[in-house]
Design a protein. Structure first.
Length: 65
């Protein structure tokens, strides 16, 4: 199971029991768009080889609003 916790500076991730942080700049560089326009599904795809993408993707900007 993968857990994502978003804030204005990046994402705290727990992936298969390992905790780490993805900084905002790294995410923006990886997806080539503004952090607030990135979706939770895009972040999951960065983290997991075969992510379980359930439901509609949500923009970080909407999650933090």
């Amino acid at each position: 199971m993968t857990t994502l916790a978003f804030d204005d500076d990046g994402v705290d991730v727990v992936y298969e029991g390992t905790e780490f942080r993805l900084e905002r700049e790294l995410i923006e560089e990886a997806v080539e768009k503004s952090y607030y326009d990135v979706t939770d599904h895009e972040v999951l795809q960065m983290v997991a080889e075969q992510p379980n993408l359930q439901g509609e993707p949500r923009r970080v900007g909407d999650i933090l609003a």
